[in-house]
Design a protein around this ligand. Structure first.
Ligand code: KG4
Ligand code: ZN
Length: 330
């Protein structure tokens, strides 16, 4: 029976492929990571990312079928990330998906990467109850949204400059901790004291964010002082990020009706953020919905789940690349 969606995600530096059922059950999921290629540059090198996707994509697709013990005859549609992302990387996924769709005679549906993240908390089993407030914190984006259903999304506020993940990665680089920065900054922060008064940019503004001032404040501090404890800088940076995110979520909860708070995107893998949001939800009497850690960072299972939404709606965005895709795209 054709009851699976093949998800393909290649927007940045991971070649991810997954087979997912309509109820969110992940039958098989694989990620060919490029972290070893990019870590020497302290960030993603776009040209190398595209080339690495090209090498990895077909073997990863073959492997995901083998792992699941199924063939393309079990696939109803292909869902592929069409943006936002690096153009060279996106094109590898899109062209592969289109070729396979033609060959297998099944639809190919272009999926907004951010919609994938927004749906990731429902992978494995459905948890999210609507209306919901969603905080998306990834390497490329940071925003708050109000979701009336899994497809009705209203933007509440976004970042004016850097995303939270970007700030983590840049601070990590300044401290010589490596790439990606999130996990290592979190780990380092746990052993330090948050004793440096870094700013909380735009904390009193409504629901918009700004993180470039915080990143610059860390850079200025490191320039100014002769000696410092790396773990204290990390702890102080993380404390500032947490306070901002908590405050913004608090404001959103006060303003909009919600049964749960959903936190998604790569930074949702942060133990500090998970704990802080748990506490906030307990105080506010809301349910906290988090994706399992492995579905917080980029993966193709979330793309496949969002594809099922498009299939149910009967509206299929084209599999064409889009670099700056707004969420109101259907
Ligand atoms: O969602 P994602 O995998 O890719 C984008 O769509 O951007 O997010 C990647 C970001 C990176 O900036 C990485 O440093 C951050 O997520 N990240 C974390 C953690 N794990 C990954 N940030 C904080 N704590 C973590 N444990
Ligand atoms: Zn992402």
């Amino acid at each position: 029976m054709a009851d699976l969606v093949l998800g393909i995600e290649s927007s940045c530096d991971d070649t991810a492929v997954a087979l997912v059922k309509e109820n969110g059950e992940v039958v098989s999921s694989l990620i060919a990571s490029q972290v070893d290629i990019h870590s020497q540059f302290g960030g993603v090198f776009p040209e190398l990312a595209g080339r690495a996707h090209l090498e990895a994509i077909l073997p990863t697709i073959e492997a995901v079928f083998e792992q699941a013990g199924v063939t393309h005859k079990n696939v109803k549609a292909i869902g592929v990330t069409r943006g936002p992302g690096l153009i060279g990387s996106l094109l590898v996924g899109l062209n592969t998906a289109k070729s396979l769709g033609l060959g297998w005679n099944i639809p190919v549906i272009g999926v907004n990467h951010l919609r994938g993240h927004l749906r990731s908390a429902d992978l494995e089993f459905e948890k999210v109850k609507y209306p919901a407030i969603v905080l998306l914190v990834s390497g490329g984006h940071t925003f708050l949204a109000h979701m009336e259903s899994n497809t009705q999304i209203n933007m509440l506020g976004t970042t004016r400059d850097d995303s939270v993940g970007e700030a983590y990665d840049k601070v990590s680089r300044m401290l010589g901790l490596g790439y990606p920065g999130g996990p290592v900054v979190d780990r380092t922060a746990k052993t330090g004291e948050a004793n440096i008064p870094f700013p909380r940019p735009m904390i009193h503004k409504e629901l918009e964010f700004s993180f470039s001032g915080l990143k610059s404040a860390v850079a200025r501090y490191l320039d100014k002082v002769d000696t410092y404890k790396t773990e204290d800088v990390a702890a102080s940076f993380v404390a500032s990020v947490m306070e901002i995110l908590i405050k913004k979520c608090e404001k959103a909860i006060k303003k909009y009706p919600a049964k749960c708070l959903v936190v998604v995107g790569g930074v949702a893998a942060s133990p500090q953020l998970r704990q802080a949001m748990q506490l906030l939800c307990e105080q506010k009497g809301l349910e906290l919905c988090l994706p399992p850690i492995k579905w917080s960072t980029d993966n193709a299972a979330m793309i496949a789940l969002a594809t099922w939404d498009y299939i149910r709606l009967g509206k299929h965005p084209k599999a064409s690349p889009e670099l700056n895709l707004s969420l109101g795209d259907f």
